[in-house]
Design a protein around this ligand. Structure first.
Ligand code: FES
Length: 464
């Protein structure tokens, strides 16, 4: 019965059931699963590689990773962006070792080959004497990477057949616009990123951020009381806590998703007066620009993942990339996400609180780290690894919503977005190419046909 539903999804033995409600424990441990992820997910999906605010001027560059591949992102003289593999086409040396800077060229420190801002090979030491006009420099540029941006966020992709970034984000754009566009100019990232390593599989934090509302009141009970009192009644996962209508959960066709806690952006910012004031002052602009449904999102708190390995918390405003380092380790890169047009003091106060809660040694980050490592390393046991994990919470209390795009679950505490993440994860592993994934759109639509949870629920509420 552990078979995935679609014809294009049978390339590998299924590690996830057909609704994403259970996963083999091998997904957190096996080296062969990880290799398949590198080839079929990280080599074919759009991966977050930067933000306009990190490379504002021509010549500015940052170095980053796409999975385990080193990458240079470079702002061109005409203002456009290019990205290429950070590896010399002579003998493979890493070209650029700086985290960021401004450069007219990138010079390899092994034999001195010089690459331009656009990655082309522009100079070779003693070229005539060594190569006798035999070297075709035009074929030896750094390997280029497809780059597209959405509202200032920069993504890279290795697959020319992948959809545009906007199509890849799909319905999620409707949500992202609320904060990435904002009332007056959107967001920027404050770098450089904090970097740390964590002994866990990359999917443990990705799934936690995409939709684990369940752990918040338990894992973080003490920290929540310390930073701001009870948050939407979550602290301690009390038995009398309402489940339905405690925010919402969302999942999209390509595995992106988030959990919403209503009104929490202001509730958790009790020590962040500047930010609370900013949100209150600008929420009217959001209502005018996007309508009341998205004003609700604007003053809520989001636990979010963009498939596969980019996550953020809006409200707490931490922004994470989970760079995989083999199946059992990740490098965590942490930026702070701030409103571009807020004043400097407000930006700094947001950053201070984001680092206190979700920086490398942050109160809530430390709570999570131990669980993430344990959930990974427990699967080194061969018998343990034969088991399955469960993410069935709220599976009959979700569906298409008359207002909100994608699929919506009834509560922040649910596993709707878990299931969406893992359904797409299995689909990417199985599909031979993006054409097969596109052909599977109908399967996705069919899954939700006649799922009348929301129309029924909303009309019942109206009748009350
Ligand atoms: Fe880069 Fe030789 S490896 S110049």
């Amino acid at each position: 019965t552990k078979k995935h539903g679609s014809d294009v999804m049978n390339g590998s033995s299924a590690l996830v059931d057909n609704i994403g409600a259970s996963q083999s424990r091998r997904v957190f441990w096996d080296q062969d699963v990880y290799q398949l992820e590198l080839e079929r997910i990280f080599s074919r999906c759009w991966l977050m590689i930067g933000h306009d605010s990190l490379v504002p001027k021509p010549g500015d560059f940052i170095t980053t990773y796409m999975a385990e591949d080193r990458v240079i992102l470079s702002r061109q003289p005409d203002g456009s962006l290019k990205a290429f593999i950070n590896s010399c086409t002579h003998r493979g040396n890493q070209i650029c070792h700086a985290d960021s800077g401004s450069a007219k060229a990138f010079v390899c420190n092994y034999h001195g080959w010089v690459f331009g801002q656009d990655g082309s090979l522009v100079d070779v030491p003693m070229e005539e004497r060594c190569y006798h006009s035999d070297l075709d420099k035009s074929k030896l540029g750094l390997a280029p990477i497809r780059v597209e941006t959405y509202k200032g966020f920069i993504f890279g992709c290795h697959d020319p057949e992948a959809p545009s970034l906007e199509d890849y984000l799909g319905d999620f754009c409707w949500y992202l616009d609320t904060i990435w566009d904002g009332p007056d100019g959107g967001l920027e990232l404050l770098g450089p990123p904090l970097k740390s390593t964590l002994a866990c599989n990359w999917k443990v934090p990705a799934e936690n951020f995409v939709g684990d509302g369940y752990h918040v009141g338990w894992t973080h009970a003490a920290a929540l009381q310390m930073i701001g009192g009870e948050l939407a009644g979550l602290s301690g996962n009390r038995a009398d806590m309402p489940f339905d209508d405690l925010g919402l959960q969302f999942t999209m066709r390509h595995g992106h998703g988030f959990g919403l806690i209503d009104n929490a952006a202001t509730a958790i910012h009790v020590k962040r007066d500047g930010y609370v004031k900013y949100l209150e002052e600008t929420r009217g602009g959001i209502r005018e620009k996007f309508g009341p449904e998205r004003e609700r999102l604007y003053v809520g708190h989001w636990n979010t993942s963009i498939f596969p390995n980019c996550s953020f918390l809006y409200g707490t405003n931490t922004f994470k990339i989970w760079h995989p380092r083999g199946p059992h380790e990740i490098e965590v890169w942490t930026y702070t996400m701030v409103p571009k047009n807020a004043d400097t003091e407000t930006k700094r106060s947001i950053q201070r609180e984001a680092i206190r809660s979700f920086g490398t040694a942050g109160t809530l980050e430390s709570d999570d780290g131990e669980n993430m490592s344990s959930a990974t390393y427990n699967n080194n046991g061969i018998i343990t690894r034969k088991g399955w994990m469960n993410s069935s919470m709220g599976k009959d209390r979700e569906g298409p919503h008359p207002v909100y795009p994608g699929i919506v679950g009834v509560s922040f505490i649910g596993e709707t977005s878990y299931r969406g993440f893992y359904r797409f994860w299995q689909e990417m592993l199985d599909a031979p190419d993006w054409a097969a994934i596109r052909a599977n759109d109908d399967t996705w639509d069919a899954m939700w046909t006649n799922r009348n949870f929301w129309p029924d629920r909303l009309s019942a509420k109206q009748a009350e």
